[in-house]
Design a protein around this ligand. Structure first.
Ligand SMILES: [Zn+2]
Length: 255
């Protein structure tokens, strides 16, 4: 199985939930108090049966109006039409921006042949309780596309792809395990967004249930060692994915 990280760039995000591009060469985090420094990084997995995307980024475009996500995918020799499944951990706009593309003022799905997988209750919550973190026009486009498939609880999409509700970050946030004969990959979305949150035992104020997320990170870390799986970190700047080992005080990257 082939795994490709598709970085959309580095940003700071504050309590206002606005993502501002951050250039490490010219910008300083000290100038942006109360902000979190994050990468935005969807993943592509090429399995025997599918070409899968894990979350879709902010959906930013270049100066010519092309989706950065499309450019990134094409740079690896894959066309957007070839994507068969889009797995969405949750519906915050920094994870679903690239599910859609704007053409002549209307939104259409960015991956015309893909099925998009969303937890049903995550979708319901997002529709019921609009917040700065959700974009209703994206949810509407997904709902009206005929390409949306709701998942309810835990289960398998096919023999390769397992989904499970984690809660933690949002009430019905989900994680995915994707495996073939050789490899196992774990995409923990915003419950396991960054290697350093696993190492430093971080409790995030922005989580629906930060304590649960922190406990889950440790459980997922342990599981990853037992399964010999690779962890995918959507918001990690330095290490997009890795395997880990246990230490006396927690975890570290497996060299
Ligand atoms: Zn989120």
């Amino acid at each position: 199985m082939r795994l490709i990280a598709l970085p959309e760039g580095t940003y700071t995000v504050g309590l206002d939930k606005v993502f501002i591009p951050f250039n490490p060469k010219t910008d300083s985090i000290k100038d942006r108090p109360a902000s979190l420094l994050v990468e935005i990084q969807p993943f592509l997995l090429n399995t025997t049966h599918d070409i899968i995307l894990c979350d879709t980024g902010l959906g930013y475009t270049d100066t010519l109006g092309e989706l950065i996500l499309h450019k990134n995918i094409k740079s690896h020799g894959i066309m957007p039409e070839q994507i068969t499944k889009v797995l969405l951990s949750h519906l915050h706009f920094d994870h679903v921006g690239g599910t859609v593309v704007r053409e002549n003022g209307t939104l259409k799905l960015a991956f015309p042949r893909a099925t998009y997988y969303v937890q049903k209750k995550e979708f319901q919550k997002a529709m019921e309780a609009p917040s700065k973190s959700y974009r209703l026009e994206i949810l509407d486009a997904l709902l009206n596309s005929g390409q949306l498939e709701f998942l309810d609880g835990d289960g398998y999409i096919n023999e390769d792809i397992h989904y499970e509700i984690t809660g933690g970050h949002t009430e019905f946030h989900q994680a995915f395990t994707i495996k073939d004969d050789h490899d196992i990959f774990f995409f923990g979305g915003d419950v396991l967004p960054d290697l350093y949150q696993l190492i430093r035992k971080f409790v995030a104020k922005y989580d629906f249930d930060g304590k649960k997320s922190a406990e889950l990170r440790i459980a997922f870390g342990e599981r990853s060692i037992n399964q010999n799986s690779t962890l995918l970190f959507y918001h990690s700047i330095k290490v997009p994915f890795c395997k880990i080992v246990k230490t006396e005080i927690g975890f570290r990257v497996r060299e």
